[in-house]
Design a protein around this ligand. Structure first.
Ligand code: IMP
Ligand code: MG
Length: 174
């Protein structure tokens, strides 16, 4: 089965929105430092672009959790595959994700990180599919709300492919 990719958000639209979020975060965290926590692998493209747009001091860390196999449906199982390198205690932390879908991954992750006593903890996601929510998650910064379709690009994959697309596309099957 061969799939086609239909553009949903162009490179220009995504870049412009990331610039706006970066400006908003720079304002909200004026005179403070932000510690960005990237959820691998999907959040990595977004985090790099976002970090470049933030004008207050930024530090970065990465973690990897698994909730999806090679399918397009959530398994509901969340496992920490790679934990953070550094402590987040007393830091102003922003978790950077590619997409909030059912909310299972993020609700689990945010609760776990809250338990590590950050000064503040916020969530920033490039995409949000609100129609798909199963578990409630508080999202502080959202790039785009999108319809319930499976998307790729800008870090998001279909069976590990298409992460490198510079735009967001919907996967269509023939
Ligand atoms: P959740 O736990 O259902 O919110 O799933 C979040 C994770 O599922 C994301 O970090 C993605 O890795 C993956 N995911 C959800 N929707 C999509 C999609 O449309 N395209 C690619 N990956 C997705
Ligand atoms: Mg992900």
């Amino acid at each position: 089965m061969k799939e086609r990719i239909k553009i949903l958000l162009t490179e220009e639209e995504v870049d412009a929105r990331i610039k706006q979020i970066g400006e908003q975060i720079s304002k909200d965290y004026q005179d403070r430092e932000v510690h960005l926590v990237c959820v691998l692998k999907g959040g990595s493209f977004f985090m790099c672009e976002l970090a470049k747009r933030i004008t207050v001091p930024v530090s970065l860390d990465f973690m990897s959790v698994s909730s999806y196999g090679s399918d397009t449906k959530s398994s509901g199982v969340v496992k920490i595959v790679k934990d953070l390198d550094d402590s987040i205690k007393d830091k102003d932390v922003i978790v950077v994700e590619d997409i909030v879908d059912s909310g299972r991954t993020l609700s689990y992750l945010m609760e776990m990180l809250e338990g590590r006593d950050p000064a503040t903890l916020r969530l920033c996601t490039l995409l949000d599919k609100p129609d798909r929510r199963v578990v409630d998650v508080n999202v502080d910064y959202t790039g785009f709300q999108i319809p319930d379709e499976f998307v790729v690009g800008y870090g998001l994959d279909y069976d590990q492919r298409y992460r490198n697309l510079p735009y967001i596309g919907v996967v269509e099957f023939d």
